[in-house]
Design a protein around this ligand. Structure first.
Ligand code: ADP
Length: 266
């Protein structure tokens, strides 16, 4: 072969590689743009929505003045819709943060039992309104983690438990230490999850056939966010469930004392 002639096939292959590279760069840029767009839009929607929900709370406060039954009913509908929107927008925002360069943790010593207690108090009213009994058994269990994000984990698991448990059911939350790990379980007596769907639960936007059929509100983002947060803390989340018998979500996190001293907060 003459040193100056380059076979056509090689030239074509080089062209193809350059095209593929350019296409890859373009797709990466588009992906970044998508993340930025989701983050910006979610952020811009969150602020006014938070304000709407806050003012609705004021209107519904017992000392806000008399409302007719119909006004009270309408306010209830507006509030539920606004809260659904707020929760969807918050999930989208968190997902965008996870997607764009992973999750930045603001770590400190956090007691998971305290987080669970606070989250339980927050979902208490919606559970009580459907006669769902809630029980908490928690021993102090400290991890070196991000308080806000770990709150998201417990919030998501608990609000799912409430959503997917029919009236009169029960939810039990346990927090404790297991060797050098912290264990959190959220068990409900709800509708359960078919075995063949359990492997997909933690994928983005996944909703079980049953959830879609029953038109239970939700985006299918919550559990993917739970998994991303737990992974970022070096932990693991698993599920055990049987249809009509309920579900148990189990989160295992490294305990504070199991981390090297220089990584721990004082
Ligand atoms: P969302 O609840 O917003 O739909 P998630 O990602 O939190 O999204 O949950 C994904 C799906 O997993 C739900 O739609 C539901 O089908 C199922 N699921 C989650 N938690 C439970 C539970 N405690 N009991 C029954 N099904 C559940």
């Amino acid at each position: 072969m003459n040193a100056m002639t380059i076979p056509v096939a090689l030239v074509e292959e080089a062209d193809l590689n350059a095209d593929l590279l350019a296409e890859n760069v373009r797709l990466l840029q588009l992906d970044e743009l998508k993340d930025e767009l989701i983050a910006t839009v979610s952020h811009e929607l969150r602020t006014p929505l938070t304000s709407i929900v806050g003012y609705l709370e004021l209107l519904q406060a017992p000392d806000a003045g008399p409302l007719t039954d119909q006004q009270a009913q309408f306010l209830g509908v507006i509030r539920r819709s606004a809260e659904r929107l707020l929760s969807l927008v918050s999930d989208l925002l968190l997902m965008a943060q996870v997607e764009s360069g992973g999750m930045r943790l603001e770590r400190e010593s956090v007691d998971v039992a305290t987080i669970a207690r606070d989250c339980l108090a927050a979902v208490g009213p919606s559970a009580a309104s459907r006669s769902i009994a809630m029980e908490l058994m928690a021993d102090a269990a400290t991890v070196f983690g991000d308080r806000r994000l770990l709150g998201e984990v417990v919030d998501n698991l608990l609000s799912n438990a409430v959503k997917f448990t029919p009236e009169g059911g029960s939810i039990a939350v346990r927090v404790g230490r297991l060797d050098d790990r912290v264990l959190l379980t959220v068990r409900d007596s709800g509708i359960g999850i078919p075995a063949d769907e359990q492997k997909d639960l933690f994928a983005r936007f996944y909703r079980t056939r049953d959830a879609a059929r029953r038109a239970v509100p939700g985006s299918g983002l919550g559990l993917s966010i739970v998994k991303a947060i737990v992974d970022a803390h070096g932990g693991e989340v698993t599920v055990e469930s049987a249809v009509s018998e309920g579900s148990t979500f189990r989160v295992v996190l490294p305990a504070n004392h199991s981390l090297p001293a220089e990584e721990r907060s004082s």
